[in-house]
Design a protein around this ligand. Structure first.
Ligand code: PAP
Length: 351
Protein backbone atom coordinates (compact mmCIF):
# COMPACT_ATOMS: atom_id res chain seq x y z
CA UNK A 1 0.00 0.00 0.00
CA UNK A 2 1.27 3.48 -0.78
CA UNK A 3 0.51 6.31 1.60
CA UNK A 4 1.50 9.98 1.37
CA UNK A 5 5.06 10.49 2.50
CA UNK A 6 5.25 11.71 6.10
CA UNK A 7 6.59 15.26 6.30
CA UNK A 8 8.56 16.09 9.45
CA UNK A 9 8.70 19.75 10.38
CA UNK A 10 12.42 20.03 10.97
CA UNK A 11 15.04 22.04 9.03
CA UNK A 12 16.50 18.78 7.70
CA UNK A 13 13.16 17.76 6.22
CA UNK A 14 12.70 21.19 4.59
CA UNK A 15 16.05 20.88 2.81
CA UNK A 16 15.16 17.34 1.78
CA UNK A 17 11.88 18.51 0.29
CA UNK A 18 13.64 21.23 -1.69
CA UNK A 19 16.15 18.74 -2.92
CA UNK A 20 13.40 16.36 -3.87
CA UNK A 21 11.68 19.11 -5.84
CA UNK A 22 14.94 19.91 -7.63
CA UNK A 23 15.49 16.23 -8.41
CA UNK A 24 11.91 15.97 -9.74
CA UNK A 25 12.42 18.89 -12.12
CA UNK A 26 15.76 17.52 -13.35
CA UNK A 27 14.30 14.05 -13.96
CA UNK A 28 11.28 15.49 -15.79
CA UNK A 29 13.49 17.82 -17.87
CA UNK A 30 15.57 14.80 -18.87
CA UNK A 31 12.44 12.95 -19.95
CA UNK A 32 11.21 15.92 -21.96
CA UNK A 33 14.62 16.27 -23.62
CA UNK A 34 14.70 12.51 -24.36
CA UNK A 35 11.52 12.72 -26.43
CA UNK A 36 11.97 16.23 -27.90
CA UNK A 37 12.66 15.09 -31.45
CA UNK A 38 9.87 12.51 -31.42
CA UNK A 39 7.32 15.07 -30.15
CA UNK A 40 8.41 17.68 -32.71
CA UNK A 41 7.19 15.43 -35.54
CA UNK A 42 3.68 14.92 -34.10
CA UNK A 43 0.53 16.64 -35.42
CA UNK A 44 -0.40 19.57 -33.17
CA UNK A 45 -3.71 21.35 -32.45
CA UNK A 46 -4.98 24.13 -30.22
CA UNK A 47 -6.76 22.81 -27.18
CA UNK A 48 -8.89 23.58 -24.14
CA UNK A 49 -6.63 25.63 -21.91
CA UNK A 50 -4.86 27.95 -24.34
CA UNK A 51 -2.33 25.24 -24.95
CA UNK A 52 -1.56 22.72 -27.68
CA UNK A 53 -2.18 19.03 -27.77
CA UNK A 54 -0.13 16.52 -29.74
CA UNK A 55 -1.49 13.47 -31.54
CA UNK A 56 0.36 10.32 -30.56
CA UNK A 57 -0.82 6.83 -31.58
CA UNK A 58 -4.28 8.22 -32.40
CA UNK A 59 -4.84 10.21 -29.16
CA UNK A 60 -4.22 13.80 -28.07
CA UNK A 61 -1.96 14.76 -25.15
CA UNK A 62 -0.60 18.01 -23.78
CA UNK A 63 3.12 18.64 -23.65
CA UNK A 64 5.21 18.28 -20.50
CA UNK A 65 5.80 21.38 -18.38
CA UNK A 66 3.20 23.51 -20.17
CA UNK A 67 1.34 23.94 -16.90
CA UNK A 68 3.03 24.74 -13.55
CA UNK A 69 6.17 22.84 -14.63
CA UNK A 70 4.34 19.54 -14.30
CA UNK A 71 4.80 16.68 -16.71
CA UNK A 72 2.18 14.22 -15.45
CA UNK A 73 -0.06 12.81 -18.22
CA UNK A 74 1.99 14.62 -20.90
CA UNK A 75 2.89 13.05 -24.22
CA UNK A 76 6.48 12.66 -22.96
CA UNK A 77 5.24 10.96 -19.78
CA UNK A 78 3.25 8.50 -21.91
CA UNK A 79 6.32 7.73 -24.02
CA UNK A 80 8.53 7.26 -20.94
CA UNK A 81 5.94 5.01 -19.32
CA UNK A 82 5.76 2.91 -22.49
CA UNK A 83 9.56 2.58 -22.55
CA UNK A 84 10.26 2.10 -18.86
CA UNK A 85 7.27 0.59 -17.06
CA UNK A 86 7.42 -3.14 -16.40
CA UNK A 87 4.25 -4.81 -15.17
CA UNK A 88 4.11 -7.99 -13.11
CA UNK A 89 1.54 -10.67 -14.00
CA UNK A 90 -0.14 -10.20 -10.61
CA UNK A 91 -0.64 -6.43 -11.05
CA UNK A 92 -4.13 -4.98 -11.31
CA UNK A 93 -4.72 -1.82 -13.37
CA UNK A 94 -7.66 0.56 -13.15
CA UNK A 95 -8.13 2.27 -16.51
CA UNK A 96 -10.42 5.09 -17.56
CA UNK A 97 -10.89 8.18 -19.67
CA UNK A 98 -10.69 11.19 -17.29
CA UNK A 99 -13.95 12.05 -15.49
CA UNK A 100 -15.50 8.62 -15.96
CA UNK A 101 -15.39 7.50 -12.32
CA UNK A 102 -11.66 6.93 -11.77
CA UNK A 103 -11.59 8.25 -8.19
CA UNK A 104 -14.59 6.13 -7.21
CA UNK A 105 -13.15 3.00 -8.83
CA UNK A 106 -9.78 3.57 -7.11
CA UNK A 107 -11.52 3.81 -3.74
CA UNK A 108 -13.64 0.70 -4.31
CA UNK A 109 -10.84 -1.57 -5.51
CA UNK A 110 -8.39 -0.30 -2.89
CA UNK A 111 -11.00 -0.94 -0.17
CA UNK A 112 -11.77 -4.41 -1.60
CA UNK A 113 -8.13 -5.50 -1.79
CA UNK A 114 -7.09 -4.17 1.64
CA UNK A 115 -10.27 -4.91 3.58
CA UNK A 116 -8.70 -7.19 6.17
CA UNK A 117 -5.77 -4.89 6.88
CA UNK A 118 -7.31 -2.07 8.86
CA UNK A 119 -8.45 -2.10 12.47
CA UNK A 120 -12.21 -1.90 13.02
CA UNK A 121 -12.88 -2.30 9.32
CA UNK A 122 -14.71 0.62 7.77
CA UNK A 123 -16.18 2.28 10.88
CA UNK A 124 -15.40 5.93 11.63
CA UNK A 125 -12.98 4.85 14.39
CA UNK A 126 -11.07 2.76 11.86
CA UNK A 127 -7.56 3.56 10.67
CA UNK A 128 -8.70 3.08 7.08
CA UNK A 129 -6.72 5.45 4.79
CA UNK A 130 -9.80 6.37 2.75
CA UNK A 131 -11.21 8.14 5.81
CA UNK A 132 -8.39 10.67 5.68
CA UNK A 133 -6.54 10.60 2.37
CA UNK A 134 -7.44 10.74 -1.31
CA UNK A 135 -8.07 7.57 -3.34
CA UNK A 136 -5.46 9.06 -5.71
CA UNK A 137 -2.87 8.76 -2.94
CA UNK A 138 -3.84 5.13 -2.35
CA UNK A 139 -3.70 4.08 -6.03
CA UNK A 140 -1.06 5.88 -8.14
CA UNK A 141 -1.35 6.67 -11.85
CA UNK A 142 1.62 5.20 -13.73
CA UNK A 143 2.01 8.13 -16.14
CA UNK A 144 2.59 10.76 -13.44
CA UNK A 145 5.70 12.46 -12.14
CA UNK A 146 5.49 10.65 -8.81
CA UNK A 147 5.59 7.34 -10.57
CA UNK A 148 8.24 8.25 -13.14
CA UNK A 149 10.40 9.57 -10.31
CA UNK A 150 9.90 6.54 -8.16
CA UNK A 151 8.70 3.37 -9.93
CA UNK A 152 9.02 1.59 -6.58
CA UNK A 153 5.54 2.99 -5.94
CA UNK A 154 4.30 -0.08 -7.83
CA UNK A 155 2.32 -1.94 -5.22
CA UNK A 156 0.16 -4.31 -7.20
CA UNK A 157 -2.69 -1.85 -7.75
CA UNK A 158 -2.19 1.03 -10.16
CA UNK A 159 -4.24 3.28 -12.43
CA UNK A 160 -3.91 4.80 -15.87
CA UNK A 161 -5.67 7.04 -18.39
CA UNK A 162 -3.52 5.60 -21.22
CA UNK A 163 -5.63 4.21 -24.12
CA UNK A 164 -5.59 0.42 -24.47
CA UNK A 165 -3.48 0.33 -27.65
CA UNK A 166 -0.84 2.60 -26.08
CA UNK A 167 -0.46 0.74 -22.80
CA UNK A 168 3.11 -0.30 -21.92
CA UNK A 169 3.60 -3.59 -23.72
CA UNK A 170 4.19 -5.59 -20.52
CA UNK A 171 0.71 -4.80 -19.15
CA UNK A 172 -0.91 -6.71 -21.99
CA UNK A 173 1.78 -9.36 -22.54
CA UNK A 174 2.03 -10.32 -18.87
CA UNK A 175 -1.73 -10.88 -18.75
CA UNK A 176 -2.44 -8.42 -15.94
CA UNK A 177 -6.03 -7.82 -14.96
CA UNK A 178 -7.48 -4.50 -16.09
CA UNK A 179 -10.70 -2.91 -14.87
CA UNK A 180 -12.07 -0.18 -17.14
CA UNK A 181 -14.80 2.24 -16.15
CA UNK A 182 -16.77 4.15 -18.76
CA UNK A 183 -19.43 6.85 -18.40
CA UNK A 184 -22.04 8.64 -20.45
CA UNK A 185 -20.12 11.04 -22.78
CA UNK A 186 -22.38 14.01 -21.97
CA UNK A 187 -21.66 13.74 -18.22
CA UNK A 188 -17.95 13.14 -18.92
CA UNK A 189 -17.76 16.28 -21.05
CA UNK A 190 -19.54 18.49 -18.49
CA UNK A 191 -17.49 17.05 -15.61
CA UNK A 192 -14.25 17.59 -17.61
CA UNK A 193 -15.21 21.18 -18.40
CA UNK A 194 -15.90 21.96 -14.72
CA UNK A 195 -12.59 20.33 -13.75
CA UNK A 196 -10.59 22.30 -16.34
CA UNK A 197 -12.10 25.51 -15.02
CA UNK A 198 -11.02 24.62 -11.50
CA UNK A 199 -7.44 23.76 -12.39
CA UNK A 200 -6.87 26.53 -14.93
CA UNK A 201 -4.27 29.13 -14.21
CA UNK A 202 -5.89 31.89 -12.13
CA UNK A 203 -4.75 34.47 -14.61
CA UNK A 204 -6.58 32.93 -17.58
CA UNK A 205 -10.23 33.58 -18.31
CA UNK A 206 -12.72 30.83 -17.62
CA UNK A 207 -13.17 28.29 -20.36
CA UNK A 208 -16.52 28.65 -22.13
CA UNK A 209 -18.49 25.44 -22.55
CA UNK A 210 -19.52 26.21 -26.12
CA UNK A 211 -15.90 26.88 -27.12
CA UNK A 212 -14.67 23.48 -25.99
CA UNK A 213 -17.77 21.57 -27.06
CA UNK A 214 -16.69 21.53 -30.67
CA UNK A 215 -13.18 20.36 -29.77
CA UNK A 216 -14.49 17.54 -27.56
CA UNK A 217 -17.07 16.38 -30.09
CA UNK A 218 -14.50 16.38 -32.88
CA UNK A 219 -12.22 14.27 -30.68
CA UNK A 220 -9.65 16.92 -29.76
CA UNK A 221 -9.40 16.82 -25.97
CA UNK A 222 -6.69 15.60 -23.61
CA UNK A 223 -6.59 11.77 -23.93
CA UNK A 224 -9.32 12.03 -26.56
CA UNK A 225 -11.03 11.14 -28.83
CA UNK A 226 -13.20 10.14 -25.87
CA UNK A 227 -15.15 7.51 -27.83
CA UNK A 228 -12.02 5.79 -29.22
CA UNK A 229 -10.68 5.46 -25.66
CA UNK A 230 -13.82 3.57 -24.61
CA UNK A 231 -13.91 1.47 -27.80
CA UNK A 232 -10.29 0.28 -27.32
CA UNK A 233 -11.03 -1.14 -23.88
CA UNK A 234 -14.50 -2.39 -24.84
CA UNK A 235 -13.04 -4.46 -27.68
CA UNK A 236 -10.30 -5.77 -25.35
CA UNK A 237 -12.94 -6.78 -22.79
CA UNK A 238 -14.84 -8.71 -25.48
CA UNK A 239 -11.67 -10.42 -26.71
CA UNK A 240 -10.16 -11.11 -23.24
CA UNK A 241 -13.08 -11.12 -20.76
CA UNK A 242 -11.07 -12.91 -18.07
CA UNK A 243 -8.43 -10.16 -18.15
CA UNK A 244 -10.38 -6.98 -18.92
CA UNK A 245 -13.51 -6.11 -16.95
CA UNK A 246 -15.67 -3.36 -18.45
CA UNK A 247 -17.82 -1.45 -15.95
CA UNK A 248 -19.93 1.64 -16.23
CA UNK A 249 -20.53 4.51 -13.84
CA UNK A 250 -24.28 4.48 -14.32
CA UNK A 251 -24.58 0.77 -13.49
CA UNK A 252 -22.42 1.29 -10.38
CA UNK A 253 -24.85 3.98 -9.25
CA UNK A 254 -27.87 1.79 -10.03
CA UNK A 255 -26.74 -1.51 -8.55
CA UNK A 256 -23.57 -0.95 -6.53
CA UNK A 257 -23.98 -4.18 -4.57
CA UNK A 258 -23.91 -6.40 -7.63
CA UNK A 259 -21.15 -4.43 -9.37
CA UNK A 260 -18.90 -4.41 -6.30
CA UNK A 261 -19.26 -8.18 -5.84
CA UNK A 262 -18.39 -8.64 -9.53
CA UNK A 263 -15.38 -6.35 -9.11
CA UNK A 264 -14.13 -8.16 -5.97
CA UNK A 265 -14.33 -11.51 -7.73
CA UNK A 266 -12.53 -10.22 -10.81
CA UNK A 267 -9.58 -8.76 -8.86
CA UNK A 268 -9.22 -12.00 -6.91
CA UNK A 269 -10.71 -10.89 -3.57
CA UNK A 270 -14.28 -12.28 -3.63
CA UNK A 271 -16.56 -11.65 -0.66
CA UNK A 272 -17.24 -14.71 1.45
CA UNK A 273 -20.82 -15.78 2.20
CA UNK A 274 -20.30 -14.61 5.75
CA UNK A 275 -19.10 -11.19 4.62
CA UNK A 276 -22.15 -10.85 2.39
CA UNK A 277 -24.49 -11.96 5.16
CA UNK A 278 -23.00 -9.52 7.68
CA UNK A 279 -23.33 -6.46 5.45
CA UNK A 280 -19.64 -6.07 4.57
CA UNK A 281 -20.40 -5.22 0.93
CA UNK A 282 -22.77 -2.40 1.93
CA UNK A 283 -20.24 -1.08 4.46
CA UNK A 284 -17.56 -0.94 1.80
CA UNK A 285 -19.89 0.84 -0.65
CA UNK A 286 -20.72 3.35 2.08
CA UNK A 287 -17.04 4.00 2.82
CA UNK A 288 -16.50 4.80 -0.88
CA UNK A 289 -19.69 6.83 -1.34
CA UNK A 290 -19.49 10.28 -2.88
CA UNK A 291 -20.53 11.92 0.40
CA UNK A 292 -17.97 10.07 2.54
CA UNK A 293 -15.08 10.63 0.14
CA UNK A 294 -16.01 14.28 -0.39
CA UNK A 295 -16.00 14.82 3.38
CA UNK A 296 -12.61 13.12 3.73
CA UNK A 297 -11.14 15.26 0.94
CA UNK A 298 -12.43 18.68 2.00
CA UNK A 299 -10.64 21.92 1.12
CA UNK A 300 -7.14 22.68 2.34
CA UNK A 301 -5.87 19.17 2.02
CA UNK A 302 -2.62 18.93 0.08
CA UNK A 303 -2.90 18.27 -3.61
CA UNK A 304 -2.97 14.67 -4.71
CA UNK A 305 -0.11 12.80 -6.30
CA UNK A 306 -1.32 13.42 -9.85
CA UNK A 307 -0.04 16.96 -9.75
CA UNK A 308 1.55 19.58 -7.57
CA UNK A 309 -1.27 22.00 -8.32
CA UNK A 310 -4.45 19.99 -7.78
CA UNK A 311 -6.52 20.06 -4.64
CA UNK A 312 -8.12 16.76 -3.63
CA UNK A 313 -11.56 18.33 -3.47
CA UNK A 314 -11.51 18.97 -7.26
CA UNK A 315 -12.34 15.29 -7.75
CA UNK A 316 -15.71 15.56 -5.99
CA UNK A 317 -18.32 17.81 -7.62
CA UNK A 318 -21.84 16.34 -7.79
CA UNK A 319 -21.38 12.64 -8.43
CA UNK A 320 -24.76 12.33 -10.21
CA UNK A 321 -25.96 10.63 -13.37
CA UNK A 322 -27.41 12.98 -16.01
CA UNK A 323 -26.28 16.34 -14.56
CA UNK A 324 -25.17 17.34 -18.08
CA UNK A 325 -28.77 18.22 -19.07
CA UNK A 326 -28.38 21.29 -16.86
CA UNK A 327 -25.53 22.58 -19.03
CA UNK A 328 -25.92 21.30 -22.59
CA UNK A 329 -28.31 22.72 -25.21
CA UNK A 330 -30.73 20.40 -27.01
CA UNK A 331 -28.53 20.67 -30.08
CA UNK A 332 -25.39 19.71 -28.14
CA UNK A 333 -27.18 16.70 -26.66
CA UNK A 334 -28.30 15.65 -30.12
CA UNK A 335 -24.78 15.93 -31.53
CA UNK A 336 -23.19 13.88 -28.73
CA UNK A 337 -25.98 11.27 -28.89
CA UNK A 338 -25.52 10.87 -32.64
CA UNK A 339 -21.74 10.47 -32.40
CA UNK A 340 -22.15 7.97 -29.56
CA UNK A 341 -24.74 5.92 -31.46
CA UNK A 342 -22.57 5.74 -34.54
CA UNK A 343 -19.27 5.06 -32.74
CA UNK A 344 -20.59 2.41 -30.33
CA UNK A 345 -22.59 0.53 -32.96
CA UNK A 346 -22.42 -3.23 -32.34
CA UNK A 347 -20.34 -2.92 -29.16
CA UNK A 348 -23.16 -3.32 -26.63
CA UNK A 349 -22.20 -0.28 -24.55
CA UNK A 350 -25.17 1.07 -22.65
CA UNK A 351 -25.67 3.71 -19.97
P1 PAP B 1 -10.21 11.76 -12.82
O1 PAP B 1 -10.26 10.92 -14.03
O2 PAP B 1 -9.65 13.11 -13.05
O3 PAP B 1 -9.58 11.06 -11.65
P2 PAP B 1 -12.88 10.98 -12.14
O4 PAP B 1 -12.79 10.50 -10.76
O5 PAP B 1 -12.90 9.95 -13.22
O6 PAP B 1 -11.73 12.04 -12.42
O7 PAP B 1 -14.19 11.83 -12.34
C1 PAP B 1 -14.68 12.74 -11.40
C2 PAP B 1 -16.17 12.57 -11.41
O8 PAP B 1 -16.52 11.46 -10.56
C3 PAP B 1 -16.89 13.78 -10.83
O9 PAP B 1 -18.14 13.81 -11.50
P3 PAP B 1 -19.07 15.11 -11.61
O10 PAP B 1 -18.19 16.23 -12.09
O11 PAP B 1 -20.14 14.76 -12.60
O12 PAP B 1 -19.61 15.34 -10.26
C4 PAP B 1 -17.01 13.37 -9.37
O13 PAP B 1 -17.99 14.10 -8.66
C5 PAP B 1 -17.37 11.90 -9.52
N1 PAP B 1 -17.11 11.11 -8.31
C6 PAP B 1 -16.00 11.14 -7.52
N2 PAP B 1 -16.14 10.27 -6.50
C7 PAP B 1 -17.34 9.67 -6.64
C8 PAP B 1 -18.04 8.68 -5.89
N3 PAP B 1 -17.53 8.14 -4.80
N4 PAP B 1 -19.26 8.29 -6.33
C9 PAP B 1 -19.80 8.83 -7.44
N5 PAP B 1 -19.19 9.78 -8.20
C10 PAP B 1 -17.96 10.20 -7.81
Amino acid sequence: MMLSPVVFHSPVAIITKDEEEKARKIKMSEIIERYKDKVSTLPKQESWMNNHVYKYQGFWYHQGFWYHSNASFSVEAIMATQDDFKAKPTDVFLASHPKSGTTWLKALVFAIMTRTKFKSGFSSSSTHPLLTISPHDCVPFIETESFLNNPAYANGLMATHIPYNSLPESIVSSNCRIVYICRNPKDVFVSYWHFMNKVRDNASASIKLKDVFEMFSSGISPVGPFWDHVIGYRKASLERPDKVLFLNYEELQKDANNEVKKLAKFVGYPFTEEEEATGRVEELINLCSFEKLKEANKANKDGDETSNVLSNEFFFRKGKVGDSVNYLTTEMIQILDEITKEKYDGLDISF
